[in-house]
Ligand binder design. Structure first.
Ligand code: SAM
Length: 284
């Protein structure tokens, strides 16, 4: 196994600090330093960036990011048991690692990272991963405060993030991500690489912001995708009735076929639908 620094092996760190994995916190630790280094290298240029890491746990990815040259890592960890192990890493890399104890869903990432280039990298806890991603993509200001997202998810979630129209995985998440971001799945990681092993394969997703996404109100896009994919087997003229009694007009005004189904509509079509929804004379 790769030696990336002179700190103790992660297995020893876990044993020394009694970090038996907690399911409630989505703890599946990645102990293979070849893999953590591969994720760190996939993040992009690190020397000029602050990396925001969510859920460092015993610090495998944190160490890889710092060893790969990250100027500064700001890491948010909910489990206080991990803090002494993370403090040892901070000591090894003076002035470059700041650990914040807390819930990443409750903290303001902009306030924590400050000005300058921010990259987000994480092996995300499965129970909050999708919500964190949506929060970063649905951020009010665009271009956003981050310049890249390099994130590990359950593979099934990764496939939904990058899904194309006409596929089973295509849905609300794919439309939202496709509207504001570009990117893809970089590689899969077997359950065997984790301690304890999760039930399913994981995937590392890399996203960068589209500089100029098609103009559209985020809330309207969320409303039309929720209605359309909420009943994905139905034709749009039926599924969008919940949104508007004039569903058919709304769809035609967007230049779409009212008999089409949600999964046939690409991101451009959903943006047109959201804009048509906004132009309804009666509002929403
Ligand atoms: N980064 C480590 C690794 O790759 O081995 C640990 C990854 S583990 C899948 C997820 C980590 O996120 C755990 O350390 C867990 O305690 C932490 N975590 C869970 N929920 C969190 C939350 N809401 N905010 C911050 N950290 C959280």
């Amino acid at each position: 196994m790769a030696q990336i620094d002179d700190l103790p092996p992660l297995r020893d760190v876990i044993a020394a600090h009694g970090l038996n994995a907690k399911k409630s916190l989505g703890q599946n630790f990645l102990l293979d330093l070849n893999l953590t280094s591969r994720i760190a290298r996939s993040t992009g240029s690190l020397e000029d960036s602050t990396v925001l890491e969510i859920g460092p746990g015993p610090g495998g990815l944190t160490r890889a990011l710092l060893a790969a040259g990250a100027k500064r890592v700001v890491a948010i960890e909910k489990d206080s048991r991990c803090l002494p192990a993370l403090a040892e890493i901070a000591e090894r890399y003076p002035g470059r690692l700041e650990v914040i104890e807390g819930d990443a869903l409750q903290l303001d990432p902009v306030a924590l990272t400050g000005d300058g280039k921010v990259r987000i990298a994480a092996n995300l806890p499965y129970n909050v991963g999708t919500q964190l991603l949506i929060n970063w993509i649905a951020t009010p200001n665009w271009p956003p405060f981050w310049s890249s997202l390099t994130l590990m998810f359950q593979k099934e979630v990764g496939e939904r993030i990058v899904a194309e129209p006409g596929t089973k995985a295509y849905g609300r998440l794919g439309v939202l991500c496709g509207w504001r971001c570009k990117g893809g799945i970089l590689f899969d990681i077997s359950p065997k690489a984790f301690t304890p092993p999760p039930k399913v394969t994981s995937a590392v997703v890399h996203l960068t912001p589209n500089e100029a996404p098609l103009p559209c109100d985020l809330k309207s896009l969320e409303k039309v995708t929720a209605a359309a994919f909420g009943q994905r087997r139905k034709m749009l003229r039926a599924s969008l009735k919940a949104l508007s009694p004039e569903a058919e007009t709304l769809i035609e005004r967007a230049g779409l076929d009212p008999t089409a189904r949600a999964e046939e509509i690409d991101v451009v079509g959903f943006v047109a639908l959201a804009n048509s929804f906004d132009r309804q004379p009666s509002g929403d």
